[in-house]
Design a protein around this ligand. Sequence first.
Ligand code: AHR
Length: 493
Amino acid sequence: TALMASATLHADKPGATIDRRIFSQFAEHLGYGIYGGLWVGPGSKIPNTRGYRNDVVAALKALAVPLVRWPGGCFADEYHWREGIGPRNQRPTKINTHWGGVTEPNSFGTHEFMDFAELIGAEAYVSGNVGNGTPAEMAEWVEYMTAPAGTLADERAKNGRKQPWKLPYVGIGNELWGCGGNMRAEYAADVTRRYATFVKSPRGTKILKIASGANSRDYDWTDVMMRVAGKSIDGVGLHYYTHPTRGKVKGSATDFTETDYARTLVSTMVMEELLAKHGAIMDKYDPEKRVNLAVDEWGIWTDVEPGTNPGFLYQQNSMRDAIIAALNINLFARHADRVRMTNIAQMINVLQAMILTKDDKMVLTPTYHVFEMYKPFQDATFLPLDLKSPWYNKDQWTVPAVSAAAARSKAGQVYISLTNTDPNRSATVTAKLEGVQAASVDGRILTAPDIQSHNDFGSPDVVRPVAFGGATVSPDGLSVTLPPHSVVVLALH
Ligand code: AHR
């Protein structure tokens, strides 16, 4: 029997703008995230534009990626930007001590990243080195990227870029409580004030500064950062990963049981508590919500694929990942008044990736498709949707069966996304529509034979969105039947 859920859409009570940067990405010098995944170099046999893979660039353009965070992650607090400029064959190399112990060739540096962001039409969010770099090094990097004139601007021009780049966001280090320097919150907040002081916005521009945020439930970190450094920053980060299990063995990306699945979704839904509690702490110090809660790392972290370098964090991506992405996005949308940027970890070949590559082949993951289906939500206005959902549970693991988000696009179109987490039962949602007239409805669905279904190089289209015919509108409202484990995005007409 189908599950039954009821809802009321309040199109008459619009909320905050769902900042398009909620759909941002994160690309670190880690495994095949940059090298091989994005950058193959101009001499490669793999079709490329100035070194960037054509297939990947086209896929990212189609996704309308709003912003990319780079170069880390843990890598950022050991990165010295000067090693990544100038003629590529003269750049120093070194060991990537965090990730796999492989040689970092530095052939992808500031110019390669900033040009890439421009190529795909995304904004840049560059994380500076606080861990083992100086305030001067960070200040000079920012000056190199953004100054209209001066010695560093001349050096930039000599290296091929006359015009300053746009740099809307700078990260003041990464995970300062851990790989960024093992700092205590009080110390990190002082250091943040100090480094932020020297990040200067050239006349007529504004560089927003994002402080390194809490790990998961470390509410004290957010409290201290906001109290001590709140006035020096424009955003504070938050990192939270979905873990199928706790401990050394994280669990496989594709070989999992239904119990593992339910347990993983419970782990994902912790994000609801995190957004509420970190947000409430920020409200104490910043009731106007000037400071952004930037969830600048999130996603599912599983064991690596068997036989791959454990330091490369290469994992497959299944229908479970699609559900996880949708659940998180719906939560971010609900907190859009405070959460104005999030960066899924990571863009290509690392953790919950949009894209997997192998030599000259590319696969779009179920997560990619969710981000693509949610494109109409970028910069749309949040519309409250009161939803009474039944529960889905397996053993002791319980989550709502239906998750939803609604928004009105700038063009005035109302969109509703609905996810059924239950892998066994369909869910029928009946919704009253207040403040919107609808004569018809259409949309797309992402589902698959199993929660473990995934796309691979030999079978790239197992999980992909198709037209959805399971929704109808009448004078009574909207009625939708969601198949098991599915993500649907509807447009009302
Ligand atoms: O995304 C992988 C790593 O996870 C990042 O480098 C770090 O910030 C976090 O611990």
